[in-house]
Design a protein around this ligand. Structure first.
Ligand SMILES: [Mn+2]
Length: 426
């Protein structure tokens, strides 16, 4: 029986960043290419006769309303095509590609044209690959819950390759459709979920494909987890969730790939915003001691704060560490009185901001943060105070506080109009 490697969700171009310099590529894009090169060598060593790409291998990405295409992607395509060429050289039946929801059909067609006979872009069609019959079902992905009409479903066969959302505690393709296809095919492989599983939804012949390499779309995967408060000496270590599947006869094996970077998940739980900042600093000091600190991709999830900018300021102190994203979960807090200790000596504006913000409960903190961002700014505070500036600041203050007290914006204009004569006289 033929030996087939099934790869999915590398999201190679999602790593691209727009750089003005024509010939520069992004550090993240470079890491993605290095990972792709490593994993392709690993796949070749398994001597597959064919390679199947189950979607979202390339990816289009929107940034600032523009699609990463042409000029940006041009910096990456030669290397990507080169790696695909290496695979085609070793896999005698070539590469078969399904389009994922992030892929574009023109890109896949273009690959087929440029790579020649060994690269096949297949849509809603069965293909004979060696002695296997493989049906490639074009993705019907939609947000939320969705179905697929019976007349669009393949009738059956040996192997089905698809790229749909599994309803794993989230909206997705109706479970009945997966069950129906599970009865019609001997083996089903589904991309898109980035997570390896055998027999999800109680369908014994269904496999969920892992993401080949890390991308921005990590969906909760990690290899290192730090919890604060907790034992920072012993972060939780998980085996790499990345890799691909190797199919031979009816045997399916998950082949792990260990990426260049470590995916770090930091969970901070503080009862006050000040505690969260302490937690961030303690964990990041620990990361700075790691030998692999240049190869970390860090995702923070913090509970108990609402002001992202202040957290970002803390994190920016550690420029060597690559922080990917901060997720803040707000928590209802009991009202408490404002405590501002240590204001009897000179402090800087940003120290004052931190003190004020860390002492306030939500939602007062949100409002205070906007005040600091829009009114108590260095330029406003240093400007010579005149009555026009006073009027402007008063108006901005009303605009900022009105939504917090449920005052509609249109009432503000009327109010300001009414009091303007008083203002001018005063
Ligand atoms: Mn996808």
């Amino acid at each position: 029986m033929s030996r087939i490697a099934i790869l999915s969700d590398a999201h190679l171009l999602i790593q691209a960043e727009r750089f003005k310099e024509e010939d520069r590529r992004s550090p993240r894009g470079e890491i993605a290419l290095r990972n792709f090169n490593k994993v392709v060598s690993q796949v070749i060593a398994q001597e597959p006769e064919a390679v199947i790409l189950a979607g979202d291998m390339f990816d289009e990405r929107e940034k600032g309303g523009e699609w990463i295409a042409d000029s940006e992607a041009a910096k990456y395509w030669p290397d990507i095509r080169n790696e695909l060429g290496r695979l085609m050289e070793y896999a005698k039946y070539g590469i078969y590609a399904l389009r994922g929801n992030h892929d574009s059909a023109p890109v896949l067609k273009e690959l087929q044209d440029s790579l020649g006979e060994g690269f096949h872009f297949i849509r809603d069609k069965e293909e004979e690959i060696g002695d296997q019959c493989v049906y490639f079902m074009e993705t019907r992905y939609q947000q939320g819950n969705y179905g697929i009409p019976e007349e669009e479903l393949p009738r059956g066969g040996q192997i089905l390759i698809m790229h749909e959302t599994l309803p794993w505690g989230m909206p997705g393709l109706e479970q009945e459709v997966f069950q129906k296809l599970g009865r019609r095919f001997s083996l089903l492989f589904n991309g898109h979920m980035h997570h390896y599983a055998h027999g999800p939804l109680d369908i014994a012949n269904l496999y969920s494909l892992p993401a080949l390499i890390p991308s921005r779309e990590l969906k909760g995967n990690f290899t290192l987890e730090y919890r604060w408060p907790g034992d920072l000496e012993k972060p939780k270590v998980k085996d790499s969730p990345f890799g691909y599947l190797l199919l031979e006869d009816d045997e399916v094996a998950f082949k792990r790939y260990h990426p260049i970077q470590s995916i770090v998940n930091i969970q901070i739980e503080g009862s006050t915003p000040g505690e969260v900042i302490t937690g961030i600093n303690e964990v990041y000091s620990r990361l700075m001691e790691r030998e692999d600190r240049d190869n970390l991709w860090v995702w923070i999830s913090a509970r108990g704060v609402t002001f992202e900018d202040t957290l970002k300021k803390e994190i920016n102190k550690y420029s060597e560490i690559n922080t990917m994203d901060i997720a803040i979960k707000t928590r209802k807090e009991a009202k408490k009185s404002v405590e501002l200790k240590g204001l009897d000596k000179m402090i800087t504006l940003s120290e004052l901001e931190t003190k004020v913000l860390t002492s306030l409960p939500w939602p007062e903190r949100d409002l205070a943060q906007q005040l600091f961002q829009e009114i108590f700014t260095g330029s406003n505070l240093s400007r010579k105070v005149d009555s026009n500036l006073g009027r402007l600041l008063f108006q901005r203050l009303l605009e900022l506080s009105a939504p917090h007290y449920g005052v509609p914006q249109e009432h503000l204009g009327g109010f300001l109009g009414t009091i303007d004569p008083l203002w001018k006289r005063g």
